[in-house]
Design a protein around this ligand. Structure first.
Ligand code: MG
Length: 171
């Protein structure tokens, strides 16, 4: 950290959307959900963690998920997406930044998220090393607002970061 501006908070926005298909496993925010449909994708298709990772990287000025973990790379096939969040948090730490809050909106008509919301929130808080009241996640349905939307799951994520004074620094 070299300038007072580095101590000011930063926000980051992430978005992701995956198609839903019958018979796919369904892991959302790291929680395995018993569902007849699940998101399709190269990794474990955890659309919540993908949007969160992009929000973290965005806030830190650190490229994006697709660049750091390309879906053309076989090493990410079936990968657990919590490692993308962990990698982003580690990159932020290297840049003298830490997460102080995160909020997400998950839009899908299925599966029903309410029964899993507490577990997802707890998992997100653990991944981000935050108390649970610093992490939120809201499920929304489209209320029949579009047949395409009912076959997909979409996530908007926003995070706030703050600069961490370097050890030995004067601030
Ligand atoms: Mg994705």
């Amino acid at each position: 950290m070299s300038s007072p501006m580095d101590m000011l908070p930063r926000v980051g926005l992430g978005w992701d959307r995956h198609a839903l298909a019958a018979g796919e496993s369904c892991t959302l925010a790291g929680v395995n959900i018993d569902s007849p449909v699940g998101p399709t994708g190269h990794s474990d298709a955890d659309v919540i963690l993908h949007a969160l990772t992009d929000a973290l990287l965005g806030a830190g000025g650190l490229d994006d998920l697709g660049t750091l973990f390309p879906d053309t790379d076989p090493q990410w096939k079936g990968a657990s997406s919590d490692q993308f969040v962990a990698a982003a948090v580690a990159l932020l730490a290297d840049s003298g930044l830490r997460v102080i809050s995160a909020d997400m909106v998950v839009i899908c008509d299925q599966p029903r998220l309410a029964p899993h919301r507490a577990a997802m929130r707890a998992n997100l808080a653990q991944l981000l090393n935050l108390p649970i009241d610093r992490v939120n996640l809201k499920g929304k349905t489209t209320e029949g607002g579009g047949s395409a939307a009912s076959q997909a799951i979409e996530v908007h994520a926003i995070v706030m970061l703050k600069g961490v004074p370097r050890a030995g620094g004067c601030s």
